[in-house]
Design a binder for this molecule. Structure first.
Ligand SMILES: [Zn+2]
Length: 390
């Protein structure tokens, strides 16, 4: 909807799993999505189950092949199953192995800390320590994930053919089939999918250090959830504040506006687990101005009734200052722009020439799934050139 300059999503991704099959369980869909985007992909399996080493390595290589990762891009660190430690020796060994194969990942995908298996937790820590310059996403293994502690930000859908490819890859782990089926992977993927507004899905937590704008745009390109793609950059620094002006054009409370805000609240409750990252303030409250200097804000209301929007137009003169459009018509606008009062934060403006138009704008970012409303005027954040989307 809002058009931003998305850099080429192609990057080098290294998936790190404690055991063969962990990566396929938690991140095969992401590896498939990365293939669709033209990313270079590597797989690193940290431990060997000594008596079954050859069988399990062979299964892992075959599975990787089905995901389009060739055998020479599947690395085995040979550490001891059940005794993984994120210590100096292991970090050095992993770095040496990566360097020997010329692997310098932009993005590392490794285990979440929300896991009851000691090897999984250590694998996540080890990946983070070994590749400190890379961005990090954490995946979950349904068998040992700690429900209520895994908080995904990025979602990759598993609709066919991607989901089918994941099943086929997992089917290679014949020696582990019984163990993998101890808990329903399908049920776990359905649960993640519901959060994202998708069918079955995989979920990934952001980890590691703060990402640059370019890197976060590349990572968001992996996500299939329109809601999260729209809102994740806004929430990058922490909760955003909704600064609403819910009075109608006659100055009385406007029920339509309130319903639209309720829908936005519900969407955040349902799709942002577990913390609810939307604070609220009213446009005429002193808190509104404080929020503007502290982080990202969402400004909602009719343009002429909203003092913060009015001030923003006066101070910043963004492209959409020319906003009130055709005489006698009602127009809506959604704009995302940098927050001039807080470094790194964004301002999302959902507004209109009257209440009904502002409500349409807010609804479009509550469910940013379909095409914009035909009347919706969407301009790019770039202050030098306004772009009207089709
Ligand atoms: Zn495992």
């Amino acid at each position: 909807m809002i058009q931003t300059a998305v850099p080429s999503p192609a990057m080098t991704i290294l998936a790190v799993g404690a055991h063969p099959d962990d990566i396929e369980i938690g991140a095969a869909g992401l590896l498939e999505k990365a293939r669709e985007l033209g990313c270079r992909r590597w797989i690193l399996i940290l431990t060997d189950d000594a008596p079954h080493r050859d069988t399990r390595r062979a299964e892992a290589v075959e599975s990787a092949k089905r995901l389009g990762v060739p055998p020479d891009q599947v690395l085995f660190a040979g550490l001891r199953d059940g005794h993984l430690r994120a210590d100096g020796d292991s970090v050095s060994a992993i770095r040496a192995l990566a360097s020997e194969h010329g692997v310098d990942p932009d993005l590392v995908v490794a285990h979440s800390a929300a896991d009851s298996h000691n090897d999984h937790v250590e694998a996540g820590r080890l990946a983070r320590a070994a590749f400190r310059e890379a961005a990090l996403l954490h995946f979950a293994v349904h068998l040992s994930v700690e429900d209520g502690a895994f908080f995904p930000d990025i979602f990759v859908g598993l609709a066919p053919p991607r989901g089918d490819r994941k099943r086929k890859a997992l089917g290679c782990f014949v020696s582990q089939a019984e163990r993998i089926e101890r808990r329903s992977l399908a049920e776990f993927e359905e649960r993640l999918g519901r959060v994202a507004g998708l069918g079955r899905a995989e979920g990934f937590e952001f980890g590691g250090r703060a990402m640059t704008g370019e890197m976060s745009a590349r990572i968001l390109a992996l996500s299939d959830s329109p809601f999260h793609r729209f809102w994740a950059p806004v929430m990058a620094l922490g909760p955003a504040t909704l600064i609403g002006q819910t009075e109608g054009d006659d100055g009385r409370p406007d029920i339509r506006s309130c319903e639209a805000v309720d829908r936005l609240r519900r969407a955040f409750f349902d799709r942002w687990v577990p913390s609810y990252p939307l604070w609220e303030s009213h446009a005429v409250s002193p808190g509104a101005w404080k929020a503007l200097s502290e982080g990202s804000v969402v400004l909602f209301g009719p343009v002429q009734n909203h003092p913060v929007i009015a001030k923003l137009i006066e101070d910043e003169r963004p492209a959409w200052a020319a906003f009130p459009g055709r005489a006698g018509s009602s127009e809506s606008a959604v704009v995302t722009m940098e927050n001039p009062h807080c470094d790194g934060a964004l301002i999302v403006v959902a507004t209109g020439t009257d209440s009904a138009a502002a409500v349409r704008a807010l609804e479009s970012i509550t469910e940013p799934v379909g095409d914009p409303h035909p009347d919706m005027l969407v301009r790019e954040a770039n202050r030098s050139s306004a772009v009207q989307c089709p």
